[in-house]
Write a protein that binds this ligand. Structure first.
Ligand code: F6P
Length: 354
């Protein structure tokens, strides 16, 4: 078991409901293991600026039910430079921080990997409403955001039904269509449009026309922000022109990021927090905590970051060629599994929606 004096905790990148229960559980697990817990404010920016405080048990009371992050967050460009990184390491030394647990997405994990490489062992915990971190099946915040989207869209459906209208609703998701897919299924969307599935405009129009003929009055089309800027605004008037169904559009935006975390997010946050502290105390680092088939486990951060790029088609031909054949085959299999479960859900919605 590795001896730690002080373990830092930070939240970085976009906030997500569930960061607070995670922060709470990390703090208490660190204290239970005998080290001190240091709350670093404003993510990596606070690490550079020396903005932190030692935490007692009570400092994390009454936040389990609060959205956002009590540690505050930032997207810190300076930290991506060697100079910024060195300042952060200097702050760690000054404050006797000899390990860090970093909550966030891929950018946060890149920072954690770079710090680990320079002698500060780190572990990352996936927190984002987008569920777009390829190394894990679940990211903290996803369920809360989904429930918010479902509530909002149910309201839109009420008014669509009264007026026989269509509403095109754009949801977040960053580069991934998970929020759109899962919310779309749960609101009974006539169509779900995400970049993962080739968009068939003609089929969308035919489906709406056929359902209208069959006396359907409300139409919800869920669009992922991964379709790109302007897509939602452009498709709404087209639907109206082609189908004759009066159409509005709505972008739910940051309302999706707030709110009290759901049971699922509080539970996963607590279990992932416990796992992260346990692994750090065992002397393990450079890991990202993941969920696979309902089990909390971990993956090497560098592998997780490479896999994310692999899955999203962001690796260059040279990078792919340089990859050992067995690693490439492993990533291909993981990638196929991830995409096929996405496609399966999409197909089911196509059957059950009209
Ligand atoms: O990663 C979460 C997310 O909400 C994305 O879905 C969205 O694209 C982005 O953050 C918006 O970030 P911000 O407005 O905070 O820069």
């Amino acid at each position: 078991m590795k001896k730690f004096r002080r373990i830092g905790i930070l939240t970085s990148g976009g906030d997500a409901p569930g960061m607070n229960p995670c922060y709470r559980a990390i703090t208490r697990c660190i204290l239970a293991g005998g080290a001190q817990a240091m709350g670093i404010r404003r993510g990596y920016k606070g690490l550079i600026d020396n903005d932190m405080k030692l935490l007692g048990d009570r400092d994390v009371s009454n936040i389990i039910n609060i959205g956002g992050t009590a540690l505050y967050s930032d997207r810190c460009k300076e930290f991506t430079t060697e100079e910024g990184m060195q300042k952060a390491i200097e702050t760690c030394r000054e404050n006797q921080i000899d390990g860090i647990i970093a909550l966030g997405g891929d950018g946060t994990f890149r920072g954690a990997r770079d710090l680990t490489d320079r002698g500060i062992p780190c572990i990352g915990i996936p927190c984002t409403i987008d569920n777009d971190i390829s190394s894990t099946e679940y990211t903290i915040g996803f369920d809360t955001a989904l429930n918010t989207v479902v509530q909002m869209v149910d309201r839109l459906r009420d008014t669509c039904e009264s007026h026989a209208r269509c509403d095109v609703v754009e949801v977040m998701g960053n580069g991934a269509g998970y929020l759109a897919l899962y919310a779309g299924v749960s609101v009974g969307a006539t169509a779900i449009i995400t970049k993962e599935i080739p968009f068939d405009e003609e089929r969308l129009m035919e489906k709406i026309i056929a359902s209208k003929r069959a006396q359907k009055r409300n139409f919800i089309v869920v669009v992922s922000e991964n379709m790109g800027k302007g897509f939602t605004e452009a498709i709404a008037p087209k639907i109206e022109a082609v189908t004759g169904v009066e159409t509005r559009y709505a972008r739910l935006a940051h309302v999706q990021r707030g709110g009290s975390p759901t049971h699922r997010d509080r539970m996963t946050a607590t279990l992932m927090a416990h796992k992260a502290v346990e692994l750090l105390y065992e002397g393990k680092s450079n890991l990202v905590i993941c969920e696979h088939n309902g089990v909390i486990d971990s993956m090497d951060i560098s592998f997780a970051l490479d896999f994310d790029k692999f899955y999203k088609g962001k690796l260059t031909t040279e990078e792919l060629d340089a990859m050992p054949a067995d690693v490439r085959a492993q990533m291909q299999a993981m990638s196929d599994r991830r995409l096929s479960s996405f496609l399966d859900i999409y197909k089911i919605n196509d059957i059950v929606s009209n």
